[in-house]
Design a protein around this ligand. Structure first.
Ligand SMILES: Cc1cc2nc3c(=O)[nH]c(=O)nc-3n(C[C@H](O)[C@H](O)[C@H](O)COP(=O)(O)O)c2cc1C
Length: 203
């Protein structure tokens, strides 16, 4: 049973969450879990102006995903930073290259799930995840979120991401806040939950 974690991360927040999603998915017996980045669409000089080159280097060892890899997975867990309340353009471009897979129904019945990151607390994590789900449903995927059995999403004693739609983290206006332990725990929970469902469907 194969779980692919396909993400884009400009400054490393989603990458950190993706690692936690992978930790959770690996807890499920028989799960083969792999991380993939979606292709970059911005030129290097723009990335440099955005201060993204250094964090990009920390992810350089993660293989870049091709859409042809998706049919081999039983579950795909997507991670994206928010861009104006939606997924980032890099992820959109990647998904828009899956037309042939859609035409052949190659992703029908696979588990799909999404986690996100935004700068501000109410800057669009939920809208990013929910609008992402639309594409997964067009592909015929079985959409899985983060159930309330992950109790960490109930807490109000500290600022935290995470909703029934999926794990999320708040990067802060200056991007300096890294995922909290509660947010990482949500990501682990989501990874494990998705992998457990994929195992049942595959069995
Ligand atoms: C063009 C652009 C649009 C963005 N739009 C939003 C937004 O609507 N709401 C928000 O809270 N953060 C927004 N952000 C901040 C990113 O979501 C934030 O940098 C990202 O979640 C950090 O994750 P990463 O380190 O994995 O890239 C935006 C950033 C850029 C560059």
């Amino acid at each position: 049973m194969k779980v692919l974690i396909v993400f884009y991360s400009m400054y490393g927040h989603i990458y950190r969450m993706a690692e936690a999603v992978a930790e959770g998915a690996r807890q499920v017996k028989g799960a083969e879990v792999e991380l993939r980045r979606v292709p970059e669409t911005l030129p290097e000089n723009v990335l440099a102006k955005m201060g993204a080159l250094e964090p990009q280097n920390t992810m350089a060892h993660i293989p870049v995903c091709t859409v042809d890899e998706l049919p081999s997975a039983d579950a795909v867990i997507f991670g994206t930073p928010t861009r104006f309340g939606n997924m980032c353009g890099q992820m959109r471009q990647f998904l828009d290259a899956t037309g042939q897979l859609w035409a052949k129904g190659k992703l029908v019945g696979k588990v799909g799930s999404v986690f996100a990151s935004s700068a501000t607390q109410h800057g669009g994590q939920e809208s990013t995840i929910l609008s992402f789900h639309i594409t997964l449903l067009h592909q015929g995927m079985v959409v899985v979120g983060l159930p309330y059995s992950f109790q960490g999403q109930m807490r109000i004693d500290e600022i935290t991401g995470g909703s029934p739609y999926g794990a999320s983290t708040i990067a802060g206006g200056d991007g300096k806040r890294m995922p909290s332990e509660n947010e990482l725990e949500a990501a682990r929970y989501q990874g494990k939950h998705v992998a457990a469902i994929a195992a049942k469907l595959a069995g």
